[in-house]
Design a protein around this ligand. Sequence first.
Ligand code: SAM
Ligand code: SF4
Length: 326
Amino acid sequence: MSQLVDPFGRKVEYLRLSVTDKCDFRCFYCIPKGFKDFTESESRLTLDEFVRVVRIFSTMGVDKVRITGGEPLVRPDIIEMVSGFSSLPAIKDLSMSTNASQLAGCAHELKMAGISRINVSLDSLRPDRFREITQGNLERVIEGLLAAREADIHPIKINMVVMRDRNLDEVGDIVDFCIEHGFTLRFIETMPVGAAGQRARDSYVSLDEVREKLAQRFEFEPCRMRGAGPAKYLRVKGERLKIGFITPMSQHFCDSCNRVRLSCEGTLYLCLGQQDKLELRPLLRQGMSDEEISQAIVAAIQRKPQKHEFNTSPDQVVRVMSMTGG
Ligand code: SAM
Ligand code: SF4
């Protein structure tokens, strides 16, 4: 039973953890070019601190946790962390968002440690373009995806941030790719989070336009998806492929928001698109009891903003996306 209900009657049942702000990629909409201001290791929460916070949340009705970043797989203790979270009895759904560049080497271990499903960023199927967008290596990502499928991680959801000048012409190809490999697909609109996200505003495409473009090649029917969150899903007729459309800009879904985000430094952000927060790290390191920390969290939830203001105040969120994990 959730004890975390905000002033708008929304239950908070979902915690997203940016376990590191570091990343082996540099997606142009996420981490600004030349960015060096990553957190120091002493200021990042330790494995034990993360597990403690998740345990405290799990006693207050949070049963769904996503590990994200930055790139979670660059954290050396990531497998122990997954085991720590999955051993908490109240956590029913433990997932990870990853760029998959290092997934080939650890997919099986992740599955054994308790990851049931993953989301993988994939913005292009063309190696040169992929490198231009992310500075990463497409081949390693594909190897990672195939290793995850081999390890029986299911579902594997592909996240594609659609950008007018960079990959809008590939939306059909990515549908074909997901049909071929049995992945789920989600399209995402670019959000003005941090300097990089704000610079990417010129590339913004409404997903209505993507749907219209795809309708020229594919026939869709409505479908339901368990745990769909903010994504609205359609199925490609005659195929198993489900496609989710995540539209924070063109059609926000704040009314049903059920989540808060913990940064790698232990800052609890109450909304992706606002600055409202609670600094948990000092509380953890000052020797506060679980009960006292729970009370601080309950009080913070009373300050959860009603909605983001990406459209009206796009310059508002200055923190880099990898701090809060998307
Ligand atoms: N490194 C992992 C990955 O790329 O999946 C996890 C962290 S990443 C910040 C999580 C998600 O946020 C990715 O799907 C990424 O494409 C998305 N993202 C990052 N910056 C964004 C932005 N400005 N607008 C929309 N989505 C963004
Ligand atoms: Fe790294 Fe993910 Fe951000 Fe890309 S979107 S830079 S992979 S954290």
